[in-house]
Every structure is written in C-alpha cells, then in structure tokens.
Design a protein around this ligand. Structure first.
Ligand SMILES: Cc1ncc(COP(=O)(O)O)c(C=O)c1O
Length: 373
C-alpha cells in the first residue's frame, strides 16, 4: 500500500532501533552493555506506584478530560509558577501521553506547510521527525549561527536544556540571546525542559520566564526522566491559551487523554516527597564522573556534561561516530548511539548514556578500551 510522503520522509528512531538490536543480542546469549538508553534505570518510586494503584482500586479507570486530570493541571501550574517562574494558570497546561506527544501535538498545531523550524545541531532525534510530519522544514544551526539561520519563513526555534545528547545547560546569557532574537523576529520558542532536574552544578532556567517570552514560549516537560516513569506516558506542556486549546482539540481526536490512573501517579510525583529525585540525581552525578574520567583515560577527549545523563564524545580520531558505533557493537557488544542521528554536523561523535549501573559503566569502559586501542 502506498504510504504518505510525510511518513516516508521520516526514518526509524535510531535509539529505538538500537534497543531492538540489544534485545536480539541478549536473546543470543551475548553479554551486552547498553549505553543507548534514554531512560533512568531506577524503579519508579514506591509512593508514586501506590498512588496509581489506589486510583485503580478506586475505579479511576475511565476517560478523563482531554486536557488532563484537573487536579494535576493545577499542581503542574503551581510547580511551573513556583519553580520555573512562569506566569501560567491551569488553563495554559495540557497533560499529554508523554512529552514526546506534547512536542508532536504542538508542532502539528502550529506549523503550516513549508514553515521553517530552527534546530541546534546536535538535537534529540524526535524534533526533526515531528517537524517533518507537521509539513515543516528543519533548518540546522549552531548556537552562534542562529541569526543567519533566521528567514521570513522561520516560525519556531526548538531549544532543549539540559540537552540530549550533548549534556550542556544553557545559561542566562545564551537564553537572553535566543529570547532577543525570538522577540525581534516574532518567532515562537519550544523549550523542552524534560531534564531540568538533572543538573550537576549549573542552575536550570526556563526561557518562558524571560521578559517578553511568556506569550511566545511553549514549555514542554514530563515525568519520565525526573521520576523514572518512562512507561507511564505522562508529560505536559504549558502554552498561551489558544495553543493549549488547540492541543486539547488534537488530543480529543487522537489519544483522547493520557492514561487516567497514570495521571494520579503523576499527581503524587509532583505533590509528594522529592527526596527520590535528589537521590537519583546524586547517582547520575557519580556515574557521569566515572564515565568521563574513564573515557579521558582511554584517550577519548570529552567535556564534562553539566546536565541530563549523556556524554557526547568526539571520536573523529577513531574513524567517526558510525564506524565506532559499529565496531563497539561487533567487537565488544557495547551499544552507543552514533552522533549523526542527532544532526548533520555531529557525525564525528557518539552518544553514551550513563543511565546504567556503575558496574555496567566499568565493564563498558573496558570494552571500549579493548576495541579502540
Ligand atoms: C529531550 C527529550 N525530550 C522528550 C523526551 C520524551 O519524553 P517522554 O517519555 O515524556 O515522552 C525525551 C526522551 O528521550 C528526550 O530525550
């Protein structure tokens, strides 16, 4: 059957493809070290699980309003006002089945055919796919080249700090520069802040709180990374009311709503004890330090990332991202993600996720050392 040009223009997600390869190798009995995961390896904290179980027992197993559980929208709006300094009410908030769907829904609601969307190279793989699915055109840019990337067709800039895959955190100065350009050229900004809690020294700032940005920013976030809830599929966005209403309309006709009892779990996550988050972040910090020092010892030069749970290492000296990914897989059963999946200028790099145990990191470093020596 003939497929639409929109879906034909989108390739399979590189990271999901790697998970399939890892599962196959495991079935074959290989000792696979997987550095490609984009999800915390911790269990969802028990108080969150209990809240969802209670909701199921109490019969909250039916449709919810498409915008989300009203109490959760209130709790998210409170969180965004207090922590992120955003000027929002529950009417600006939409609960979605994951942050990924929020990105898809916003782009589908805002983009006309041929509109241009600026992405920084490297960027998380899903942005490009969602822009294309919405009929838009991706314009790749570096942070310093952004003014040259802007044209009369530019509709949006997507930023992601802390960043997947590069691990950087945008500071006030950089965010101000982006905000000034957005205001001067009347461009909107999608700010994906899903890794906001995974910062190891720097402070996370929300661009939507900057002067003149509230009305032109869509802030995306979710529960997957902060609370190890990837399978629950609960995310959210906050946006100017007309955009929030459009996304709700899209949800009414596509997913209806995020899963009801999962939203009760999310309510407990946002309102409950936050010490689980501190613990997980501390563990990520130890792993980051181990992997960066291990890679530097092997002779792979990489910066210490400030946020998220990825290291983006330049392996041009070993033949580049694609070659190194293939060799690591074939010779050491170590799975990393090739940098070229994240942008046309990132092919010399590999992404290593340290969302795995210290023992796996040590074993993976050994594999990398033997393979690349
Ligand atoms: C930058 C970024 N945004 C969003 C997501 C997706 O989050 P969710 O599980 O809430 O859809 C990911 C997952 O890898 C991510 O890396």
């Amino acid at each position: 059957m003939k497929l639409s040009s929109r879906i034909s223009g989108v390739s399979e997600s590189a990271t999901i493809k790697l998970i399939d390869i890892s599962n196959r190798l495991k079935r074959e009995g290989k000792n696979v070290i997987n550095f490609s995961f984009g999800e915390p390896d911790f269990d969802t904290p028990q108080h969150i699980v209990e809240a969802a179980k209670r909701a199921m027992d109490a019969g909250f197993t039916h449709y919810l309003p498409s915008g989300g559980l009203p109490e959760l929208r209130v709790a998210v709006a409170d969180k965004l006002r207090v922590e992120n300094k955003l000027d929002v009410s529950p009417d600006n908030v939409v609960i979605t089945p994951g942050a990924k769907y929020a990105i898809y829904a916003v782009l589908s609601s805002l983009i006309e055919d041929g509109d241009e969307v600026i992405l920084f190279d490297p960027s998380w793989v899903t942005y490009e796919a969602c822009v294309k699915l919405a009929g838009g055109k991706v314009i790749w840019s570096t942070f310093n080249g952004i003014s040259e990337a802007i044209t009369p067709k530019t509709r949006l800039i997507i930023i992601n700090s802390p960043n997947n895959p590069a691990g950087y955190v945008l500071g006030r100065k950089e965010l101000c520069e982006i905000a000034d350009l957005a205001i001067d050229h009347d461009i909107s900004v999608i700010s994906d802040e899903i890794y906001e809690k995974m910062v190891y020294g720097s402070k996370h700032l929300s661009i939507g709180s900057f002067d003149g940005m509230n009305e032109r920013t869509i802030t995306i976030n979710g529960f997957s990374k902060t609370y190890a809830m990837t399978g629950w599929r609960v995310g959210y966005l906050s946006a100017p009311e007309e955009v929030a209403r459009a996304v709700k309309r899209l949800q009414q006709h596509s997913t209806t709503c995020a899963t009801s009892f999962a939203q009760y779990g999310a309510l407990e996550a946002v309102r409950g004890d936050q010490s689980c988050v501190v613990e997980m972040v501390n563990r990520f910090r130890e792993r980051r330090d181990l992997i960066v020092s291990g890679l530097n010892d092997i002779g792979i030069d990489c910066q210490m990332p400030d946020g998220a749970f990825y290291v983006f290492a330049d392996v041009a000296a070993c033949g580049g991202g694609d070659k190194v990914t293939e060799e690591l897989l074939k010779k050491a059963y170590v799975i990393v993600t090739p940098g070229g999946s994240f942008g046309p200028g990132s092919g010399s790099c590999i992404r290593i996720s340290y969302a795995t145990s210290m023992d796996q990191i040590r074993a993976g470093l050994e594999g990398i050392k033997t393979c690349l020596a």
